[in-house]
Design a protein around this ligand. Structure first.
Ligand code: CP
Length: 363
């Protein structure tokens, strides 16, 4: 069985297969209108969403399939204490493929470990959002005609922004990528992303504190929202919430072919006077999300019939049950009675990382 939990679950060739299929779907919509007839997608959304949930729904409908699920966990038996593993086993009786969003990090991995059907991570806490990454890559490919040879600036909340973490991981599979990290001290990219992803996988990066000093170098400016819901300290949120605001005026020094991406929703980090600029690609990006999710659903259903495509969800040496993860929002803590802790050596060889959320074990 194949799942999509992390962007790195896909090889370069598989990423290319999905993006190529998405382009074919865009060019030949009618050809795909019944290819999922009789198939059902379950959307299990334990956290709010507009784009991801509705684009999955729209994607399956355009493929001729059906959709069931919930968008409010309180209306499901989760409110009675049902675990992610048990919910997954139940949904396996009703649907052919699952898309799960969850505020708890590692929940989609636990679902996949217990599933007879493909599971897609539709965003887990601050950890990962691989289908947003596919959306971003398709948008860059359609807007700029390439996914290699790019200087990409990530601006705003690089600490909690799961879309940023996932896209940087995926960019390691492309050639000649340079990353510019534009964030205040409090919202900088986590150390493990710099050491174990950028350094280890060969994604050169530099950190700066102002957008103005680098905007002229960028092929893509990836803006992000400061994620209020991830802060444990309200005062800290208030301090950083307005750290970067892109206005039409600030685009004066940007290249004419630069593209502005944003996973959305936005709050105030992109002024509405930017929307009319042809470089503003964020609403086109939303539509690409539907096409790439159509391609992903098709590929995962196809690969589920091909045992040679199977890949272990957890590979390498794993230490089970000996440590507690330091992240209170990790599923090994929130469902400690049902989920065994698992740690593996970190990519830089310096200690251990939680398999579910990539945090360190508690001291
Ligand atoms: N980009 C994104 O994940 O948006 P939603 O939270 O609306 O799904």
């Amino acid at each position: 069985m194949r799942h999509l939990i992390e962007p790195t679950d896909l090889s370069s060739a598989e990423l290319d297969e999905i993006l190529t299929l998405a382009l074919d779907i865009i060019a030949n919509r009618e050809k795909y209108s019944e290819v999922c007839k009789g198939k059902k997608l379950a959307t299990l959304f334990y956290e709010p969403s507009t784009r991801t949930r509705l684009s999955f729904t729209s994607a399956m409908m355009e493929l001729g399939g059906n959709v069931l699920g919930f968008s409010d966990a309180n209306s499901s038996s989760v409110s009675k204490g049902e675990t992610v593993a048990d919910t997954t086993k139940v949904i396996n009786c009703f649907a052919d493929i699952i898309a799960m969003r969850h505020p708890v990090e590692g929940a989609p991995l636990v679902s996949a470990l217990n599933s007879r059907t493909p599971v897609i991570n539709a965003g887990d806490g601050s950890h990962a959002h691989p289908t947003q990454t596919l959306t971003d890559l398709l948008t860059i490919k359609r807007e700029l005609g390439r996914t290699d040879n790019l200087t990409i600036g990530f601006c705003g909340d690089l600490k909690f922004g799961r879309t940023v973490h996932s896209l940087i991981k995926a960019l390691s599979k492309f050639k000649n990528i340079n990353v510019v990290l534009i964030a205040p001290e409090e919202l900088r990219l986590p150390g493990y992303m710099k050491q174990e992803v950028c350094d280890k996988l060969g994604v050169p990066y530099r950190e700066v504190k102002s957008l103005e000093e680098v905007i002229g170098d960028l092929d893509v400016l990836y803006m992000t929202r400061v994620q209020k819901e991830r802060f444990l300290d309200e005062e800290e949120y208030e301090r950083v919430k307005d750290c970067f605001v892109l206005t039409a005026d600030k685009l004066r020094d940007a290249k004419p072919e630069m593209r502005i991406l944003h996973p959305l929703p936005r709050v105030n980090e992109i002024a509405t006077d930017v929307d009319a600029d042809p470089r503003a690609a964020y609403f086109r990006q939303v539509e690409n999300g539907k096409f790439v999710r159509m391609a992903l659903i098709l590929k995962l259903l196809e690969w589920a019939q091909q045992p040679e495509r199977d890949r272990a969800l957890i590979s390498g040496d794993v230490i089970k049950g000996e440590h507690i993860c330091s992240n209170p929002k990790c599923i090994s803590n929130t469902e400690a009675h049902a989920v065994e802790s698992m740690l593996r050596p970190s990519a830089d060889g310096n200690g251990l990382r939680c398999v579910y959320c990539e945090h360190r074990p508690a001291k």
